[in-house]
Design a protein around this ligand. Sequence first.
Ligand code: BGC
Length: 744
Amino acid sequence: MKWSQILFLVLVITGVTLAQSDIDAKVDQLLNEMTVAEKVGQMTQIAIDFISNAGEAQGQDALQLDPARMELVIQKYHVGSILNVGTHAHSVAKWHEIITAIQDMALQKTRLRIPVIYGIDAVHGANYTRDATLFPQAISMAATWNPELLKKTAEITALETRASGIPWNFNPVLDSGRQPLWPRLWETFGEDAYLASILGVAYVKGLEGDSNDISAPDKVAACLKHYIGYGTPVTGKDRTPAWIPDHYLRQYHLPPYAAAIAAGAHTLMPNSGDVNGVPVHASHYLLTELLRGELGFEGVVISDWADITNLHTRHRVAANNKEAVRLAVMAGVDMSMVPTDLSFPDALIELVQEGSVPMERIDEAVRRILTLKYRLGLFERPYPDKSLQAQFASPAAAAVNLQAAREAMILLKNDNRTLPLRKSLKVLVTGPNAERLSPLNSGWTITWQGNREELYPKDKWTVRKAIEAKIGKANVAYVQGATVDRETGIAAAVKAAKKADVVVACLGEDAYCETPGNITDLTLPEAQLNLVKALQATGKPVVLVLIEGRPRIIRSIVEDSRAIVLAFLPGLEGGRAIADVLFGDANPGGKLPVTYPRHPNDLVLYDHVLAENTGGTSRYHPQWPFGFGLSYTTFAYSDLRLDKQNVPRGETVTAQITVKNTGQMAGKETVQLYLSDVVASITPPNRRLQGFEKIDLAPGESKTVSFTLGEAAMSFVGLDGKPVVEPGQFKVSVGHLQQTFEVK
Ligand code: BGC
């Protein structure tokens, strides 16, 4: 290394250390000056609903802050954090007005002038700011299998959130989506912890920056949620118990959190539900021993919505609210999203005065919160940065959004190359989701439920509009046929189908979010199945486009559909992207980040532990398996080779594979490597994803992809909760090819 490089390194290192020690000194000084009430105020987060007329404010930018409530919350209770939006998205200017008024009060009317930290759910872009760039939701981004692209979307999300004056984003969701009924499946990166780990890290780096310097004007603090085990409720209903043995929790749920914490994420939110009978908000084991002790997390733990009160009212592990507060704070929650009363600070002050919560625990929590505020640069720049508005919702961001939506499209079926369609065909567009933007976006869009179609931007295209733009209005007929769960004119749709060359049926779900999205049957509602069956009976080719947040079962209409495109929730450019794929202006390359089940009582995941071939029958019978997705071109896999067959423990093995585009069109292929531990001391999963790479191939082009497998890939979590590599045979599969190696 040259002297100049060494000097540079020293400068960087001391620069960083100085900055951190500076922050430590400032935090110490503040802590010395703070009263108990001021400290507890910092640990309190209140919803804007409590300090405004949010409940009644229906018009655009109609929200008005309530001065008396503001005074009560910020001046009297010293509250350090506010969240949420009110009824619906505000303009950037309105956000600036809100944040400025809040900071004015904190900085001018409180003794210590500590800025407030505002937090928001910007889960697919700055979805609570009007006209923001709204990307595909997480499940669709996972379908791209493209971490670099996801990172770009997170960078834009950070910029547009900060441009709104908000420095803290309650995202990403790193729950393993292993229960397809769960209404939050679409907020996850799917069922596999390895895929979610890689995507989660990319997203965190996009929000916080490569060096996690969140003082940068266009970065925000990430919040990993909802630690841990939220994605597998036994009943499939939101916020209901999960039963997960500790070694499975560590194997299937912990890796994305561990990876994102190692990547420097600043904050984390616990699971609202309970795991093995212990509500996570009250679990010292999960929130302190595992999270702090083992994973080394140093950031802020913010409760989820009302989840400290819920320890008393829902989980009934606390006899009253005060006991709930004690349990949560002592378990390791640093800040309470109360969110619409002041019960938390009242109770916590009493607990401190009685000695049931020690001052050290309060100081620890407040230190973390103040450190976060310093790291964000809030003390130096508490007000919105008006200069960012010039970059808000830029054409470049719209281009990234369109690319993301295109790459998210999964082609599940394409008999006789029905797709792409010729642009000269006469098309009937039908189904509940052909003419609405809300199902393309779902929850966390403009409003919490995302279902107020009338509030969506008028310049964005539905599927119908995008198809009309592509092939001309004269070539497109539209009949709705059915809503999501009600027939509205199947006969009219059939009549129109008879005059068309092809039918495009846009099916799926309405917009929903969290508990209101609970369902009791994963099967697609009958009205839609009836519509499709009637259309299929006409003999016209039927193409299905599925716009849905979870894999709704469609077994009865698969066989007679000529082609099926799964769009999941592709965001505001989704209509365009769907039309691009249907007519061949984009080649679909998305792959399933979840298993698509065939039967409602057969929800087996790809990494199940059932033997693949008991009595000659496979136990995995999905409609389409995890990782599946077709293309308009074809790829041939050949020559899978390993650099060694015998692998001493602790060494790595490298696998190489050659992939060739054997079709007529350029295309992207995600090459996936799966590893199986043939025999292990606890029943081994059938196989596990341990590597993937997305490549771009011109017709006739070949590429060789290599994967290095180390201890992390070969290990599993044993009954003692620790990863172990056991000697014996391992099977490597890529595409249809397999090789084996032996760990000695
Ligand atoms: C959700 C969280 C969200 C919070 C704040 C809760 O209901 O579970 O994901 O961050 O609300 O809006």
